[in-house]
Each structure stands twice: as C-alpha cells, then as structure tokens.
Design a protein around this ligand. Structure first.
Ligand SMILES: Cc1ncc(COP(=O)(O)O)c(C=O)c1O
Length: 374
C-alpha cells in the first residue's frame, strides 16, 4: 500500500535474534511466543528471527495465528496455547499445529480428526496448577486423563503449566512448580513420560532457573521488554521496536493559550507547539495526554493536551522545531530514550499492552534481516 503518513514502527530483527539467544537456557529448548502478531511486532519476521537466534518452537494463541505462520513457509513446531475451538481441528491438524488439550471433548475431537486424516497427532496436556485460566483441574487428574489420551490413539508429547506470578512472587511460583513436578512424577510412575515438560515464561526463565525443565516459553523478553522491573537490562536485552513519526505542523503560541480538545493544557510561557500525526487510533493511549514525553531534536518534550484520534501535540518550548523533524514515540534519539515500559507505567498498564496495542494502521518495517514490511 502506498504510504503518505510519516509514521511507522521499525522492528530490529537483530535485537530479536540477540534476545532469543540471551533467553535460551543451555539445557532447555526455547519456544518463542509470537501470539498477537508477535506482541505487535509482526509475527512472521519475529518468528523467523527468533528461530535463527536459537528458538526451536513457536507459541501462538489462535489457530489462525498458527496457520498464518505455516502460510509464510515456517516449518518449526507451533504450539497453540489453548484448546482448538470446536470446528478448527481439521484445519489446525492439516497445518501441522500442535494442540494443547485439557478437556475430554477436546481430546475426542482431535482424536477423531487425526483418524480421519490418517495421522498420529502429538499433543501437549496443560494442567492448571494455580493460574485458573485454562488447563486440567485438579492437576492430580492428569494420570487418568493421560491414559485416556493414549487410549484414543494420540501421542502425549508435552506436559505443561503456566505461572500466575513468576515476575513478583517466589512462593506462589514455587508452589505451582511443585504441584507440576508432582504431576510429572505421577505420570512417570504410571509409565507415561512426555518428552517435553514446560512451565517457564520470561520472568520464570530469569527468576526461577529450576523451572526451565525441557523447554521454556518466552514472549515479552524476546521483544526486549521488561517482564519485571530491571530484568531486560540485567539480561542485556535490546528493545526491538521503535515507533517514529514526524512533525507535520509547527506554530508559535503565546503564554496562556490552551491546547487540543477540552483545552486541558495551558501554555505557561510563549511556546513552539508541534503537531504529530499519531493518535489513539494508532494505539498511543489517550490516557498519556499531558503525561508522556516524546523525543524531538534529541530532547524529551511533553505531549501537551488531549491526544486525539489521529494527532497529538507536543510542547517544544523554545526549541527550533520544523515540519519534517523526526519524532520518537518509543525508542532512542540522540542520548534520550522513551521505552514501551515507560509509557506502560504512565498509563497504568504493562509493556505488553502498549506494543500489542499499536494498531494495524501503523506500518511495521524491519531492519537487521529479511523481514519485508507489512
Ligand atoms: C501460556 C503462555 N506461555 C508463555 C507466555 C509468555 O509469557 P511472557 O510474555 O511473560 O514471557 C504466555 C504469554 O502470555 C502465555 O500465555
């Protein structure tokens, strides 16, 4: 598509490769979690970069996301992190996606479609050890459940769980891990030993090495963002995404003028005000009005007044700012940096939501390797 607006998100695939390498434990496989369009970074280019950085698995939330990876030519194993929705089994298995299971109807549906397709489906059983979102509960039901899986002709390749508080609570995480390992031992005693036991997300990889097991499922750290304060820096991770635009209009306004909808920002002094073609429809949260900073001319400058759907204003004070000057919303300019985590903390959310929220209207471009642009 022809682009006229000077706004884009650039994703550094070299950073993704580096982060994958930094997060891969020496003795466990690495699954790069690329759901939600690679946390907003672009699933296919990021998946390829993570695979070249040491990942051997990919994780997605939706069957549709897995099929899109296959359509791009990716052949690595792809785990769908919840049960396939009823009716999706045939497409998902035909695409070679690995199912997660935790209900009897879910197992039966996959077994039936696998028989129809004449394949042996390898599946991963998810047990709920305390997150209480999806998974087999109570986890102690796993032995009987696994016997049912095997009896229906499926292969049990994986056993897994998901932590609720690995970034903040060691006790809760250890309890979940103990519960999971006890399920794994019971299966062993019953003669059922799945090849891949996995539990750790990004925070657990760093804070709970005992949870690495056979495979770790890493999302946010692959993109170089913090799963807990200071973690990205301590692991030497590099934020992969920068979000840039340009000044489209500049006006000099006298002290006392008020800006944008609701006139919620008053200029304290004569000031140069720049207009930037980015708004909440692009995923730049409106709650950042009067709070966030962007980078213009190597300086941090306040987002002034209400962020509108398509544009925002910046108070540049006495800086010599011109139309066409670069504006950085996330990323570096000169010595300054604005991170997704900074915008997240100003908006009362997490970095995940900031990058996932950058809307389709913002084109992604890729540096540091083959990736093309979207
Ligand atoms: C089941 C599952 N595993 C792993 C991850 C990756 O978590 P993180 O992005 O914190 O590494 C997610 C992400 O939410 C998930 O839902």
């Amino acid at each position: 598509m022809t682009r006229f607006r000077p706004t884009l998100a650039e994703v550094d695939l070299e950073a993704i490769r580096h982060n994958a390498g930094a997060m891969k434990p020496p003795r466990a496989e690495l699954m790069a979690v690329v759901k939600s369009n690679g946390y907003g970074h672009g699933a296919v280019p990021c998946a390829n970069a993570a695979l070249s950085g040491g990942a051997t698995w990919l994780g997605v939330a939706l069957v549709e996301e897995g099929i899109a990876l296959r359509d791009s030519g990716i052949e690595a194993p792809v785990l769908v992190l919840s049960e396939f929705p009823a009716g999706a089994e045939k497409d998902a298995l035909a695409a070679g996606l690995t199912p997660t299971v935790y209900t009897e109807p879910g197992v039966e549906a996959i077994a039936q479609v696998a028989r129809d397709l004449g394949i042996t489906a390898r599946i991963h059983l998810k047990v709920d050890t305390g997150m209480h979102r999806v998974g087999l509960y109570p986890p102690e039901a796993a032995v009987a459940f696994a016997r049912g899986i095997l009896a229906s002709g499926l292969e049990l390749e994986g056993l897994w769980t998901h932590f609720a508080r690995s970034e903040e609570d060691e006790k809760a995480t250890s309890l979940q891990l103990d519960r999971f390992l006890s399920v794994s031992r019971s299966l062993d005693e019953a003669g059922i030993t799945p090849r891949l036991r996995h539990a750790a997300n990004s925070a657990a990889v760093v804070r709970h090495p005992e949870s690495h097991l056979d495979l770790v499922r890493v999302g946010i750290a692959i993109y170089g963002l913090d799963c807990a304060p200071g973690v990205a820096a301590s692991m030497g991770l590099r934020p992969a995404l920068s979000w840039r635009s340009e000044v489209t209009m500049v006006r000099r306004l006298p002290a006392g003028e008020r800006l944008s909808y609701g006139h919620r920002y008053r200029l304290e002094r004569d000031s140069t005000v720049a207009t930037v073609p980015v708004g909440y429809a692009d995923g730049y949260p409106r709650i950042l009005s009067n709070r966030a900073h962007v980078l213009v001319g190597g300086e941090r400058r306040r987002v002034a007044g209400t962020i509108t759907m398509d544009q925002l204003l910046v108070d540049c004070e006495d800086d010599d700012v011109q139309s066409g000057d670069e504006v950085v919303l996330i990323g570096r300019q000169g010595k300054q940096e604005v991170t997704a985590d900074e915008l997240a903390s100003l908006s009362g959310t997490i970095g995940y939501e900031i990058t996932c929220g950058i809307s389709e209207r913002v084109p992604r471009e890729y540096a540091g390797g083959p990736g093309g642009s979207e």
